[in-house]
Design a protein around this ligand. Structure first.
Ligand SMILES: [Zn+2]
Length: 475
C-alpha cells in the first residue's frame, strides 16, 4: 500500500519559510574547509548542525578526528547523530557534508556568496546552498515536518555529516570503517544526497561512479636544463621521448591504445542498455556545457555510455615543460607527463597498473633512447556500482514518482565520490545516491544556487523515500 504522505507534504509547504531560513543561517557560516583561517567557521557549522539536531530530539555526538595531516590544525568534527531507536523499524544511514568550497565576491559572484539571496525566479544563491547544506538540512527539515504534523517517523535515522569533504575527506575513511560494526551497525541501507540531476527538469537516482587511476611518466637525461642553440642536435631530449609516449596512449576518437584495458570492461547487458533509452539528456545541453560541438559521438546513448560505463584516458599536462608564451629555447632536462584513466566495472586497479607500466615501458624501449624512464601510479580510486533493482532504489524511485510525478532516470556519473565506496565496504549495505539539486546549480563555481522548488520538493522527497523504504519488501 502506498504510504499516506499528504499530511507530511502539506506541512513541508507550510514550514517552507522556516526551512529556507534554516538554509540562510547555514549559508551565512563560511565553512570553507580548504582555508586554515576559516577552520573556526567550519567547526561553528558543525556545532550549528549539532544544536539543530539536539533541538529536534536526536542524540548527537561531535566526533573529533585529530589533526589535519601535516599540520597543527584540528580537523573539524564529524557530526554523528541518531534519530529514533525502534527495533521494529528499518534503519537508514545518511551522509552529507557541511563544509563548502572557497568563495569570494571578487571571484565574479553577482551577490555576496555567504548570504542566501533569493531571486524572483526561485534561485536561492549562496555558497553551499546545493553542495551540500541544502540536502543536509533536508534531513533535519523532514524530521521537523513529521513532528509538527504529528506523523510517526517511519524509520530510525543515522546521520553522518563531515566537515572536510571539499578537501579530501581527511580522516573520514578510518571513522567510517571503524564504525561499520559500531555506530553504523544497525543500518539496513545507506543514502547519500550530494550529487545532481543530469539536467534541470527530470529527477534521477544514481547507481554508479567511475574510479580513477592517475599516472606519472618521468623521462630524464641531461643533468640540467640545456640551451637548444648549444645542445640541440647533440643530446637525446626527454621531452621528445615523452611526447611520443603520450601520443601512443589514446587516439583522437578517445580509444585507449593500451592492451589489457578494454578486455577488463564488463559487457553491456540488454537490461542495462534499456536504462539508457528514456534518459532525459540532449546533445544540445552537452554542447552548451562543453562550449563547443567537438564531441566524439553525436548521439545520446553512445555519449552517455562513454562518460559513465566505459573507461576513458585523458592527458593532463607535463611538469617541467616550458608552457609560457614567448619563445624560450630551453631543452628541459626532466619532464613528467600526467595522465589518468577513468575506470569502470570490472577493471582492477592492479591489473590496470600492470598493463599501463608494461605498455609504456615497451613503447619507450622501441624509441631506442638513452634517457631514463619511470612510470608509476600517483593515486588510484576504485569505481562503484550498485544494483538499481535493490529495495533501496525502488523505494527512492516510488518516492520520486510520488513527489515529482515522473519516473526518475537511473544514471551514473563519470567522476568519483570516494565516500560512496567507503560506506558500501564499511557497512556491506546498498548505497543510493539521491540528488536534490539540478545540473545548473554550479556546485563548485561562482553563483552557486539551489532552486527553491528543488529544496522544498527535495525535503518532501527525502521524507517520502523514508516512508517507502519502511514498506518495500526486502529482496
Ligand atoms: Zn558535495
Amino acid at each position: 500500500m502506498a504510504p499516506q504522505l499528504d499530511g507530511y507534504f502539506q506541512k513541508v509547504d507550510e514550514l517552507s519559510d522556516k526551512f529556507i531560513d534554516r538554509l540562510r543561517q547555514a549559508v551565512a557560516i563560511p565553512s570553507v574547509s580548504a582555508e586554515a583561517a576559516r577552520r573556526p567557521d567550519v567547526v561553528r557549522m558543525g556545532q550549528f548542525l549539532a544544536d539543530e539536531l539536539t533541538k529536534l530530539g536526536a542524540s548527537v555526538e561531535l566526533r573529533q578526528l585529530g589533526k589535519q595531516e601535516g599540520t597543527d590544525l584540528d580537523l573539524p568534527p564529524v557530526v554523528l547523530a541518531r534519530y529514533g531507536n525502534d527495533k521494529s523499524k528499518r534503519t537508514i544511514l545518511v551522509y552529507g557534508h557541511y563544509d563548502v568550497q572557497p568563495a569570494q565576491k571578487s571571484d565574479g559572484w553577482d551577490t555576496e556568496p555567504f548570504e542566501l539571496v533569493i531571486k524572483e525566479d526561485g534561485r536561492m544563491c549562496g555558497r553551499g546552498s546545493t553542495d551540500d547544506k541544502g540536502p543536509v538540512l533536508g534531513w533535519l527539515n523532514a524530521i521537523e515536518a513529521h513532528q509538527v504534523a504529528g506523523i510517526d517517523f517511519p524509520v530510525n535515522l543515522l546521520m553522518c555529516f563531515e566537515g572536510m569533504e571539499e578537501y579530501g575527506s581527511d580522516g573520514l575513511d578510518d571513522l567510517v570503517y571503524a564504525e561499520g560494526k559500531g555506530f553504523f551497525a544497525d543500518a539496513d541501507a545507506v543514502c547519500i544526497s550530494d550529487n545532481y540531476w543530469l539536467g534541470t527538469e527530470k529527477p534521477c537516482l544514481t547507481y554508479g561512479l567511475r574510479g580513477v587511476n592517475y599516472y606519472n611518466i618521468e623521462v630524464s637525461g641531461p643533468g640540467a636544463d640545456l640551451h637548444s642553440g648549444v645542445f640541440g642536435g647533440t643530446a637525446q631530449e626527454p621531452m621528445t621521448d615523452l611526447v611520443r609516449i603520450m601520443a601512443s596512449l589514446v587516439d583522437s576518437e578517445g580509444r585507449i591504445l593500451i592492451p589489457g584495458i578494454a578486455e577488463q570492461v564488463a559487457p553491456v547487458t540488454p537490461d542495462e542498455e534499456g536504462l539508457y533509452d528514456g534518459i532525459s539528456f540532449s546533445m544540445e545541453t552537452l554542447y552548451e556545457s562543453l562550449g563547443s560541438k567537438t564531441t566524439i559521438f553525436d548521439d545520446k546513448k553512445r555519449t552517455l555510455m562513454a562518460r559513465w560505463r566505459f573507461p576513458s584516458l585523458s592527458l593532463h599536462g607535463i611538469e617541467g615543460a616550458f608552457s609560457g608564451s614567448g619563445a624560450k629555447t630551453v631543452i628541459p632536462a626532466k619532464v613528467i607527463g600526467k595522465f589518468s584513466i577513468r575506470t569502470v566495472p570490472n577493471m582492477e586497479i592492479e591489473k590496470t597498473n600492470e598493463a599501463v607500466v608494461r605498455y609504456v615501458e615497451e613503447v619507450f624501449s622501441k624509441l631506442g633512447s638513452k634517457n631514463t624512464l619511470k612510470v608509476y601510479p600517483q593515486h588510484c580510486g576504485r569505481w562503484w556500482v550498485a544494483s538499481p533493482n535493490h529495495w533501496n532504489f525502488s523505494a527512492a524511485a516510488k518516492a520520486t514518482e510520488r513527489v515529482w510525478g515522473v519516473k526518475p532516470d537511473f544514471t551514473r556519473e563519470g567522476g568519483s565520490i570516494p565516500v560512496t565506496l567507503t560506506f558500501e565496504q564499511a557497512t556491506g549495505k546498498n548505497v543510493l545516491l539521491l540528488p536534490m539539486g539540478s545540473s545548473t546549480d554550479g556546485a563548485h563555481s561562482i553563483n552557486e544556487k539551489l532552486d527553491k522548488r528543488n529544496y522544498i520538493e527535495g525535503i518532501k522527497l527525502l521524507g517520502a523515500y523514508l516512508h517507502y523504504v519502511a514498506e518495500e519488501p526486502m529482496n
